[in-house]
Design a protein around this ligand. Structure first.
Ligand code: QAP
Ligand code: CO
Length: 171
């Protein structure tokens, strides 16, 4: 297994719209290893969700585990939200926007249909943190980041802060 490099805002590659996964690809060792490496990289961070887009793979899948003890690893391949209800505000962060946290309003309850890592279709109803995380990771697949919900001024402040941190790290 391996730790993957996670792209960071404002890297333009994070804006790529991901393409559907061909379910036949799920049978390949390369794809299964990539999923394992994404879990390892997410747990190492530590984080609760990681979309393929964040590791520069522009295909529609993501890994999520919102438990403290890594007991519920979830893989969503070609996810679709088929129902939503209500609103909730959650202070979000993102492995691609390190050190930045901000309130985002999203649907409270969602129904999501996806394939699991073996290509088996499943339907999941989620609320609370899991629902936030699914919506956040699906945004990544469309090239969207949680900072896009902030005002342009706040987003510009975040961009400058991260570029400055990057320069300081490189110096
Ligand atoms: C998305 O985010 C999310 O800034 C997943 O320095 C976040 O795993 C969904 C992380 C909140 C729902 C609620 C962020 C780690 C991890 C950082 C993450 C950092 C280190 C973020
Ligand atoms: Co994110």
């Amino acid at each position: 297994m391996a730790l993957l490099t996670i792209l960071e805002f404002p890297d333009p590659r994070l804006r790529t719209k991901a393409a559907d996964v061909d379910p036949a690809d799920l049978a390949t060792p390369a794809f299964q290893t990539l999923i394992d490496d994404m879990f390892e990289s997410m747990y190492d961070a530590p984080g609760i969700g990681l979309a393929a887009s964040q590791v520069d793979v522009h295909k529609r899948f993501m890994v999520i585990d919102v438990t403290d003890d890594h007991s519920r690893p979830l893989v969503f391949v070609n996810p679709r939200i088929t129902a939503r209800d209500g609103e909730q505000v959650y202070q979000e962060g993102c492995l691609s926007v390190p050190g930045i946290y901000a309130d985002v309003t999203r649907s409270n309850t969602i129904t999501v249909e996806a394939l699991d890592r073996h290509g088996q279709p499943f339907t999941l109803e989620a609320d609370g943190l899991l629902a936030v995380c699914i919506q956040h990771e699906m945004d990544h697949l469309d090239g969207k980041l949680f900072v896009d919900y902030l005002s342009p001024l706040k987003r510009e402040m975040v961009r400058k802060k991260l570029l400055k941190a990057k320069r300081a790290a490189a110096a």
